[in-house]
Design a binder for this molecule. Structure first.
Ligand code: SF4
Length: 365
C-alpha cells in the first residue's frame, strides 16, 4: 500500500490493516467513509482492484433493459416509472414488441437482456414462464431477469415458496438474477421509502436461495435518499456475509438516487465526490466480490471514467434501452464505441464480457 498522507492516524491504521490483507470491520468502514482523504481512499481501493484484476481489463456487457410491465402495486416513494393498476398509462409488453427488442439486441452484438417490471397483480407465474420459453425458443440470448422483490411478489401471489418460484423460472429459461430492488438493505429505511416491497431478510434470502440452486446474481445499492451513511455500510456488510456463505454474487453495482419525478423530490443529489467515496469503500469492504461496476447511467461518462481509479473494474452495460432512471430525469447515452473509448483513454483495455464475467472475443480481434 502506498503511503497515506492526508488522512488522520485512525485511517492510517486501517490502511495498514488493508495492506496486510486483513478484513476491515463495520467501524473501520465508517471511519473510512467519513474521515479518509479521498485520494487515500482511491489508492486503497485501486490497489485492491489491481490485485484482483492485474490484467487491467475493464469489462462491459452489450445488453438491453426491457421492462415487461410498468403496472405496479408497490408504490415505492422513489419510483418515477410505475403506474398503479387503476391508473391510465399502464402497459404489458406484447410478444411482438418483446421479440423486436430482443432481435435488435442480437443484431447489435448483444449477449443478454435484463428484464424487470412492476408487481402486476394480473400476471400469474405462468405468464413469466411462457415469456421465458418464448424467448428461449426464438433467440440465442442470456436472460438476466426478475429482481428479488419480483420473485417474492410471485411467491406471495402464487402461495408457493421462493425456491419453487426460482425452480420453475429456471426450468422455463431464466439464467441469472439482477440485484435490483435492494435500495438500502436496512428495514428502517425500506419501510419509509418502499413500504410494500420485500424486507431486507427476504431480499437476502432470495439471493441465498438462488445461489444454492446455482443461479448467479448481482447486487446493487441505491443511495442518497433517506438513509444515513451508516445504513450504507450495513448494506455492504449484509452482502459480504451472504457472499462468504455462497460466493454467488458476480458483481456489486452502487448507484445514486435520482430524485426528479419521485416522491422524494427534496432529496439532495449526491455529489460526484460522495459517489466516488462510496464506490471506494464498497471495493474495500466487499473483499469477496470480484467485480465492482461504475454507474455511467447516473454519474455520466467522465465521473464513471474516473471511478475506474476508485475501485471500479466494470463499465456495466451498453443499456440499449433504459426507462427507469430516464423517468427520474437522467438520460446519459453511451454507445459501445464511446464506452470502449472512455476505457482506453483511462489507460485500461476494454473487453466485452458475458453475465458471468467471461471475456468474449474482442470486437477488433
Ligand atoms: S421500484 Fe419497482 S416495485 Fe417499486 S414502484 Fe417502481 S416498479 Fe414498483
Amino acid at each position: 500500500m502506498t503511503s497515506l498522507t492526508q488522512s488522520p492516524a485512525e485511517v492510517l491504521k486501517i490502511g495498514a490493516k488493508i495492506a496486510a490483507g486483513e478484513r476491515i470491520n463495520f467501524e473501520d468502514a465508517k471511519t473510512l467513509l467519513e474521515k479518509a482523504d479521498i485520494f487515500d481512499l482511491a489508492s486503497m481501493a485501486h490497489q485492491i482492484r489491481t490485485a484482483k484484476h492485474p490484467d487491467m481489463n475493464v469489462t462491459y456487457v452489450v445488453d438491453r433493459n426491457i421492462n415487461y410491465t410498468n403496472i405496479c402495486t408497490c408504490g415505492c416513494k422513489f419510483c418515477a416509472f410505475y403506474v398503479a393498476p387503476e391508473q391510465k398509462g399502464g402497459f404489458v409488453i406484447s410478444r411482438e414488441e418483446l421479440g423486436q427488442k430482443i432481435q435488435e439486441t442480437v443484431d447489435l452484438g448483444g449477449t443478454q437482456i435484463l428484464m424487470q417490471g412492476g408487481h402486476n397483480p394480473d400476471l400469474p407465474l405462468t405468464y413469466y414462464e411462457d415469456m421465458l420459453r418464448f424467448i428461449k425458443d426464438n433467440y440465442p440470448i442470456h436472460i438476466h431477469a426478475f429482481s428479488p422483490p419480483e420473485i417474492v411478489f410471485f411467491s406471495e401471489l402464487e402461495g408457493i415458496s421462493v425456491e419453487a418460484v426460482l425452480k420453475r423460472l429456471v426450468a422455463a429459461g431464466l439464467a441469472s438474477i439482477p440485484g435490483g430492488g435492494a435500495e438500502i438493505l436496512v428495514d428502517e429505511v425500506r419501510t419509509r421509502i418502499a413500504p410494500n416491497k420485500c424486507s431486507t431478510e427476504q431480499w437476502l434470502d432470495v439471493m441465498e436461495t438462488a445461489h444454492k440452486l446455482g443461479i448467479r446474481t448481482t447486487a446493487t445499492m441505491m443511495f442518497g435518499h433517506e438513509e444515513k451513511p451508516a445504513d450504507r455500510i450495513m448494506h455492504l456488510f449484509a452482502l459480504r456475509e451472504v457472499q462468504d456463505r455462497t460466493g454467488g454474487f458476480t458483481a456489486f453495482i452502487p448507484w445514486t438516487f435520482q430524485p426528479d419525478n419521485t416522491n422524494i423530490p427534496n432529496a439532495r443529489r449526491m455529489t460526484s465526490v460522495e459517489y466516488l467515496r462510496m464506490l471506494a469503500v464498497s471495493r474495500i469492504v466487499l473483499d469477496n466480490f470480484d467485480n465492482i461496476q461504475v454507474s455511467w447511467v447516473t454519474m455520466g461518462p467522465k465521473i464513471s471514467q474516473l471511478a475506474l481509479f476508485y475501485g471500479g473494474n466494470d463499465f456495466g452495460s451498453t443499456m440499449i434501452e433504459e426507462n427507469v432512471v430516464k423517468a427520474a430525469g437522467v438520460s446519459f447515452r453511451l454507445s459501445e464505441d464511446e464506452i470502449a473509448n472512455l476505457i482506453t483513454k483511462a489507460g485500461f483495455t476494454p473487453r466485452q464480457r458475458n453475465m458471468e464475467y467471461g471475456l468474449l472475443e474482442n470486437r477488433n480481434d
